[in-house]
Design a binder for this molecule. Structure first.
Ligand code: MG
Length: 446
């Protein structure tokens, strides 16, 4: 298994993710950078953040890099900072994972996530243990940067119609869950003229309010307060605030696939150009692209794949159906606060979130998983079977089988011996039927 997963290195803090690991990852990055340049290092609010950030700083200094310590930052904030002020970034975060986790993620010089190829190079150095060690007079210096978040928030404000938003004096309830969004989102809303009601906006790495993942069942208070205060919108973020989920003015949780397509629809009503999404996303994106007469590019799962494809084709919008939206006018990475500001722009334009949500096509999903000891072999058999029965097959990531009335996506897990099966169709029954049909096939081949 690769050292770096889909989102960097993750594990239980001070067990797997310990100071030595943080030092060595930073030394590997410094070696990869040939001991030249500056690296911005920041963290989310997790309890082990200071410990791991200090270790990563020591590793980077040892390799001869100059370190810019940006403190507590959302992942998109340090990405925005790196784009303009550093040659690379390291963020100590485990995103939406439970409280006890932490992790390390690398950021490329353009602010996007490290490419898979880049990670493989760093990984090679990590396992070789051949770290660059600067001579006694060449170890690096630290500079403290207290304004990374302000710089980031100004970037967002400049990318939306702030004047119109401010004129509406919206009431917004924000649940930042004691994560990194606590140091940015309430201030962004305030700068956009909103009456802000916060929940869990104190920085606390034990996450006493809720777990860092903003699932609907963790957001009952948010819903309650939106209803009781008659707010225009509710918003909640994950631990590193690159994702956001939304509650409409009626207090209803908006499905994240619906959020993605609502935003695509809004953007395409104003700008013309391709949009990008992973193969796991709903057909809503396809319908919306067709209606607007623009190209839709499907990519492998993972926001880095979406971001890179967006740059390649000059997309006007992209994102994943998990609340990770990417706005190229701001930066090529998923950004929860930017998505929130964009939603305020939508409401300020005169549309209600509930109405826009109801205007996107309706689809139903089913999913399950099957245990499989030989993932590669099973996937190969599935692909052959699908092609043999003359189905329309897309192998961008796993095997996606298109039917006239839906699709099935079969993907191996990157971390466990299981194969996941997702199905989508216009009716719940058909989605289940498609899922069951292929669950039988996968079981047969496993
Ligand atoms: Mg995250």
């Amino acid at each position: 298994m690769a050292f770096f997963g889909t989102n960097g290195v993750r594990g239980i803090a001070n067990e797997y993710i310990d100071p030595q690991l943080a030092i060595d990852v930073a030394r590997s990055l410094g070696t990869y950078m040939r001991s030249k340049g500056t690296v911005a290092i920041g963290r989310d609010t997790r309890a082990s953040g200071d410990m791991l950030k200090s270790a990563a700083i020591a590793g980077a200094l040892s390799a001869g890099l100059t370190v810019i310590d940006v403190g507590i930052v959302p992942t998109p904030s340090i990405q925005y900072y790196v784009k303009d002020h550093a040659d690379a970034g390291i963020v100590i975060t485990a995103s939406h994972n439970p409280r006890e986790y932490n992790g390390i993620k690398l950021i490329a010089s353009d602010g996007s996530e490290f490419s898979r190829e880049g990670e493989k190079e760093v990984e090679k150095i990590y396992y070789s243990r051949k770290f660059a060690a600067a001579s006694w007079d060449k170890t690096g210096d630290i500079r403290n940067e207290g304004n990374a978040n302000t710089y980031y928030l100004n970037g967002i404000i400049n990318s939306v119609d702030a004047e119109n938003i401010r004129s509406k004096r919206f009431k917004v309830v924000a649940d930042t869950g004691c994560g990194a969004g606590s140091v940015t989102l309430p201030f962004l809303l305030q700068k956009l003229g909103c009456h802000v009601i916060t929940i869990g906006a104190q920085v606390d790495g034990t996450f006493p309010w809720r777990n860092p993942e903003p699932t609907p069942d963790a957001l009952t208070e948010l819903v309650d307060i939106v209803k009781k205060t008659g707010a225009n919108m509710g918003v909640a973020q994950d631990g590193d605030a690159d994702r956001a989920v939304f509650i409409d003015e009626n207090g209803d949780f908006i499905d994240e696939e619906v959020v993605l397509s609502m935003m695509a629809k809004y953007v395409l009503e104003r700008r013309n150009g391709p949009i990008v999404t992973p193969v796991s996303s709903s057909s809503r994106m396809k319908d919306i692209a067709e209606e607007a007469g623009v190209e839709l590019e499907w990519t492998a799962v993972g926001s880095i794949n979406v971001a890179r494809k967006m740059m390649e084709v000059g997309a006007v919008f992209g994102g994943e159906g998990n609340g990770g939206l990417i706005f190229p006018e701001h930066q090529y990475c998923r950004d929860g606060a930017m998505a929130c500001a964009k939603f305020l722009e939508i409401i300020a334009s005169g549309q209600k979130l509930s109405e826009l949500a109801a205007s996107v096509p309706l689809y139903y999903n089913s999913k399950t998983k099957v245990r499989s000891e030989n993932l590669e072999n099973t996937m190969e058999k599935i692909k052959t079977e699908a092609i043999n029965i003359d189905l329309n097959v897309d192998t961008t990531d796993g095997v996606k089988i298109w039917y006239t009335d839906g699709w099935v996506l079969i993907r191996p897990s990157g971390t466990e011996p299981i194969i996941r099966i997702f199905a989508e169709s216009k009716t719940k029954e058909r989605a289940e039927e498609l899922m069951n049909e292929w669950t039988d096939q996968v079981s047969k081949f496993s």
